[in-house]
Design a protein around this ligand. Structure first.
Ligand code: FES
Ligand SMILES: [Fe+2]
Length: 442
């Protein structure tokens, strides 16, 4: 819980913890700072709920957290998606108890059977006469499941915000909405659908480790070296046997690129803390499956548009504070922070509607190679972050260095562009945003 007096003490000191090129280790370990992050960042900004194809039928629901708030996303009979606090208006019990499910006709509380319409309003209570001559009023919003202050859907991706103030979803995403556009545009009909099940991982590290790591171009060829070598070896073996290397291993073997190659990339850092890494591994193989897909795209959207879409080279996009999207691979990860040293992540993947099955299999293969419970790739990252958390809980050195590339960033039309691919510009950018949110006294 938020200990307000202690926080009031600490908030003025936050700016001493964040310098332009380094931050204090307490930013990752301190419970009060974590509480403030939840209150001022996660419970104030647009948060990813899920994809509309997760809940195709009326009554389908999916539960998740926004900050500390238990939430449920549910589809109503008219097709509309509602995002509600998952809390019964009677005595507070979570109405939907499982991660996902289907409710017939209404959301029914398991405790005393209050029933709620899918928009959260109260449908009925048992023995209503028991409330005769009391202040209970069926139409009073106090007796509804409370809706999120704002809900918006962008090309099927559902977001909610608990604070009624602030920018619209599209204003908030700004240029970073290319994350969703680039994924959907790769479908001949401009749509994606989620493929279940998804992976959930408990990371024993602060949520910021994950966000910093996603655009950390320097770590890939170090941390993922063994996975890269293994992929390259299998590629070689298949090529010897069949005459051509399979396209699905290339994203993994490519991490063996020399440091100089990573430095030739670039990150772009947008308002509200979002960033992307571009120039890496334009995923446009020329094998027969890919060529068939390209022909289908050309038929659907025309040659010029196909070229525009398929020649994009965006590796990762971060929607601050907790979403990471790889559009060309149709992958999305979303963070649900639990404690300073504990973060839950959901890892989703999508199918390009109308694209050949082989293209989906490639996305699925990448999903498993990078994110399955048995992968070496995610395991290597998780190990680094956990060891990072343990290191920062010690007091041998109070500072975390973000000096790499400092002074060589440039601002172009409001976008901060890194001088080199391995610049720690995204981390500096994230912390500048972080400080703005945490210092807001609302
Ligand atoms: S707590 Fe939900 S019906 Fe009583
Ligand atoms: Fe990694």
């Amino acid at each position: 819980m938020l200990r307000e007096p202690m926080l009031r003490e600490r908030v003025p000191k936050l700016k001493h913890l964040v310098e332009p090129d380094r931050v204090h280790r307490l930013c990752y370990t301190d419970q009060d700072i974590f509480d403030l992050e939840i209150k001022n960042i996660f419970e104030k900004t647009w948060q990813y709920c899920g994809h509309d194809t997760q809940i195709p039928k009326a009554g389908d629901f999916f539960t998740f957290q926004i900050g500390r708030q238990p939430m449920v996303m549910v589809r109503a009979e008219d097709g509309k998606i509602h995002v509600l606090y998952n809390r019964c208006a009677h005595r507070g019990v979570q109405v939907c108890g499982s991660r996902k499910g289907h409710a017939e006709g209404a959301l029914t509380c398991p405790y005393h059977s209050w029933r709620f319409h899918f928009d959260g309003t109260l449908e009925s209570v048992p023995l209503e006469k028991g409330y005769r001559d009391t202040n209970f009023k069926k139409n009073d919003p106090a007796f509804s499941m409370t809706p999120a202050a704002s809900v918006d859907i962008y090309r099927g991706f559902v977001f909610a915000k608990l604070d009624p103030s602030g920018p619209s979803l599209e204003e908030w995403m700004g240029p970073a909405k290319i994350a969703i556009d680039d994924m959907c545009d790769r479908s001949p009909v401009g749509r994606v659908e989620v493929v279940q099940p998804y992976n959930r991982v408990i990371q024993r590290s602060n949520w910021k480790f994950f966000m910093e790591n996603q655009l950390d171009a320097l770590h890939a060829s170090v941390t993922h070296q063994s996975a890269g070598h293994a992929a390259a070896e299998v590629e070689r073996e298949i090529k010897q046997r069949t005459g051509s290397a399979p396209a699905h291993l290339k994203p993994l073997s490519a991490v063996l690129m020399a440091f100089g190659g990573w430095d030739a990339l670039q990150t772009a850092n947008f308002p509200h803390g979002h960033s992307l890494l571009q120039g890496y591994l334009a995923p446009r193989p020329q094998d027969p499956d890919s060529l068939a897909y390209e022909a289908l795209m050309e038929k659907a959207v025309g040659r010029a548009r196909k070229e525009e879409v398929l020649s994009r080279s965006i590796h990762h996009v971060l929607l601050y504070p907790g979403v990471s999207i790889q559009p060309a691979m149709q992958q999305l990860r979303v963070l649900r922070p639990v404690a300073p040293g504990r973060t839950e992540s959901e890892i989703w993947h999508f199918r390009l509607v109308g694209a050949p099955e082989a293209i989906y299999r490639r996305s699925l293969s990448y999903y498993n190679l990078v994110n399955s419970p048995s992968t070496m790739v995610n395991a290597d990252d998780l190990e680094n972050w956990q060891r990072g958390q343990l290191g920062l809980e010690g007091s041998g050195n109070d500072w975390v260095s973000f000096h790499r590339g400092m002074g060589r960033d440039r601002i172009d039309d409001g976008v901060l562009l890194s001088g080199e691919g391995t610049s720690e510009a995204p981390m500096r950018h994230q912390f500048a945003t972080w400080l703005e949110f945490l210092e807001a006294r609302k």
